[in-house]
Ligand binder design. Structure first.
Ligand code: FES
Ligand code: FES
Length: 163
């Protein structure tokens, strides 16, 4: 079996490893990098649970190979809050608006919203609703997530107006 040496920045930690060519990024993050907050549901790119930030873009980690992430900067749900425990605004909005129940889909939802907010700064409520359509949730009925999306869009617009 041929192994490939990779080096990936995960939540600010540089992790070097020797991996099989067929190892998915999702499995690497969970099993080799200790990021079990990256949830694997369908493992076919459908549910969105495994979404991470890949060089700033929201990406489904079940659809990538770990070797494709060599040299990349990856963010997971486990690196999103501040070191003192202060929640990221997306986490805070999801909590405030009851956007989760069992939490299985939640890391992916949060990482998608955080990536879009980071990239676009003032996305509209419609834009955030649209990106949520790529995430399957079996519990919530989505209403809390949609309220969180609305709240985040308003916060972003308000912050831009104040700047
Ligand atoms: S586990 Fe990756 S999209 Fe479902
Ligand atoms: S909160 Fe349970 S799957 Fe979404």
């Amino acid at each position: 079996m041929t192994l490939h040496r990779i080096e990936i920045e995960v939540d600010g930690d540089v992790i070097a490893a020797e991996v099989e060519g067929r190892l998915t990024l999702g499995d690497f993050l969970r099993d080799r990098a200790g990021r079990t907050g990256v949830h694997l549901g369908c493992e076919h790119g459908v549910c969105g649970a495994c979404t991470i930030s890949f060089n700033g873009d929201a990406v489904r980690s079940c659809l990538m190979l770990a070797v494709q992430a060599d040299g990349a900067r990856i963010g997971t749900i486990q690196g999103l809050a501040e070191a003192d425990g202060t929640l990221h605004p997306v986490q805070a909005a999801m909590q405030a608006e009851y956007g989760l129940q069992c939490g299985f889909c939640t890391p992916g939802v949060v990482m998608t919203l955080a990536s879009v907010l980071e990239a676009e700064k003032t996305p509209s409520e419609e834009r955030l609703r649209d990106v949520l359509s790529g995430h399957l949730c079996r519990c919530t009925g989505y209403q809390g997530m949609l309220r969180a999306a609305k709240s985040l869009a308003i916060q972003a617009q308000t912050a831009a107006g104040d700047a």
